[in-house]
Design a protein. Structure first.
Lengths: 283, 225
């Protein structure tokens, strides 16, 4: 009996120590399946632009950090349930998401683009090289009209709960047949299998896949930014409140914003972005 | 708790329930034929034939349903040769891939249920038929099958309920079934508890109906007891 009591007490103490040690650690959630933003190496270690940036920001904040893996479709719910304190997962700052959570200033921006397999009839669309949906204008309208015509009756694949899905659901390019997947890997697989006529994601996600898999995936149409595509990628944080925990979340937002300012000033974001993207995607 | 969201999501989830029911009934329909075929093969005296049937049920009962769906959907889709054949017309559609995976899976379990049901038929029933001069074929259809159905009802009822829950995996291959639509609503509202409670209740209600249907059939077929 005594042994059991001692054993139980031991467990309790260990638990308490673990909890208190974690109390001031910032836990950052990432997906680990969206290269080059964030992914995993062969040994299962999290790597990528945001993983490296997260460590850099933590150094500026002088705080201990832990990077937590979380499936994309449960990312915001997990943040709200306090499984971690911040999201760094290639999540674009959009008005839709800002209804539920708040974002730091953007740290990187990268355009979205359609991808098809080589030889698709969607190749060679007559559109400008890039359109900004926030700007509008006749160029954007004309490009969207061209896309609407080209994509009519086509199946376009996207990862679920992304800006890319929101854009296709918005009806800007007519009523395309949208198919949603849990991860970008699965989108890539079905693009090569031919089940998808086209796929929409961050342009680098496709170039990264084409490079690693050797499959003839090519980018078509204009690059997209603005509008449904949001205003860059930032750190997702819970909205602050008046109670102690809410104040801590509000402070975390300030800390992240300051850290991003410093990292930008010292050229850290540019350096890490160039390393992972091959070009400077920082903002 | 966001009651308004629960009420608003209910009609959308109910529409998606029809896909779930369609998947379930198609899989059970094909699965029953596969199961019956392999149960008969299993009872065959030829060792090659019954080992083949045993192998089929061993593989499909021994691997997770999710793995089976992934192999059929993503795995077969990567074979270039297959994409140039007629089979691709069917395998291209996630709906048919899901039905093939579910049918093969439930077929394996059903074959085991039916096999054990056939084996528990008392030899006296068959001998009684033979002594009346009834042909083997008629004995099989009029004596063995009805008794086997009655014997297997409780276990098969369980299998239907397991399969109903199994259909939720269809959402992993892009189908918008009950679970798929629930996840979609969550991805825009970020409120998993409310939506999953409604979806879970719909599953529970379907289980309730299946359970009672099987109970009714068991009563109906409880002859000679």
């Amino acid at each position: 009996m005594n042994i059991i009591k001692k054993f139980g007490l031991g467990i309790l103490i260990t638990l308490f120590l673990t909890i208190s040690a974690n109390a001031d650690k910032i836990r950052i959630g990432t997906e680990g399946a969206y290269p080059p933003w964030n992914s995993k190496d062969a040994s299962g270690k999290l790597i990528g632009f945001e993983v490296e940036l997260a460590w850099a920001l933590c150094r500026y904040m002088e705080r201990q950090c832990e990077i937590v893996e979380q499936d994309w479709d449960g990312m915001i719910p997990a943040l709200l349930m306090r499984k971690f304190d911040a999201i760094m997962a290639g999540m674009s700052i959009t008005a839709e998401r800002q209804k539920t959570i708040t974002f730091s200033q953007g740290y990187a921006d990268e355009v979205a683009q359609l991808a098809v397999m080589k030889g698709s009839d969607l190749e060679g669309m007559d559109t400008p090289s890039g359109i900004n949906l926030s700007l509008g204008g006749s160029d954007v309208k004309k490009a969207l009209k061209t896309l609407t015509g080209a994509l009519a009756g086509k199946t376009v694949c996207v990862q679920t709960a992304t800006i890319h899905q929101n854009f296709l659901d918005s009806g800007d390019v007519g009523s395309v047949n949208v198919r949603t997947y849990k991860t970008q890997d699965e989108v890539n697989l079905d693009l090569t299998s031919g089940r998808c006529d086209a796929a929409l994601a961050a342009a680098v996600a496709f170039t990264d896949y084409a490079e690693k898999s050797g499959k003839p995936v090519v980018l078509v149409g204009p690059t997209f930014s603005g509008g449904a595509f949001g205003n860059g990628v930032g750190v997702g944080i819970r909205q602050g409140g008046d109670d102690a925990i809410g104040q801590r979340d509000a402070q975390l937002l300030i800390d992240f914003n300051n850290a991003i300012d410093q990292a930008r000033k010292n050229g850290d974001i540019s350096r890490i972005a160039t390393k992972w993207f091959g070009f400077d995607a920082s903002m | 708790m966001d009651l308004e969201l629960m009420i608003n999501s209910f009609p959308k989830l109910l529409t998606a329930t029809f896909i779930t029911i369609k998947l379930l009934s198609a899989s059970l329909f094909f699965g029953l034929f596969i199961g019956l075929l392999f149960a008969i093969l299993r009872l065959n005296k030829n060792p090659i034939i019954n080992k083949f049937s045993y192998g089929y049920s061993y593989v499909f009962r021994g691997t997770p349903l999710l793995v089976q769906i992934f192999i059929i959907y993503y795995g077969l889709g990567q074979i270039e040769y297959l994409r140039s054949t007629v089979l691709w017309v069917i395998l291209k559609e996630p709906y048919w891939c899901a039905i093939i995976a579910f049918s093969l899976n439930t077929g394996a379990y059903t074959s085991e249920i039916l096999r054990s049901a056939f084996q528990t038929i008392k030899p006296g029933f068959i001998e009684a038929g033979k002594s009346l001069g009834i042909s083997n074929k008629i004995i099989f259809y009029k004596i063995q099958i009805p008794i086997a159905i009655k014997q297997s009802l409780p276990a098969y009822g369980n299998e239907i309920i397991l399969m109903l829950k199994g259909t939720s995996l269809a959402s992993t291959v892009t189908l918008m079934d009950l679970t798929g639509v629930a996840k979609y609503i969550i991805s825009t509202t970020f409120k998993p508890i409310e939506v999953f409670i409604v979806a879970g209740s719909i599953y529970l209600f379907m289980t309730f109906i299946i359970h009672n249907l099987i109970k009714f059939l068991e009563k109906k077929y409880s002859f000679y007891q």
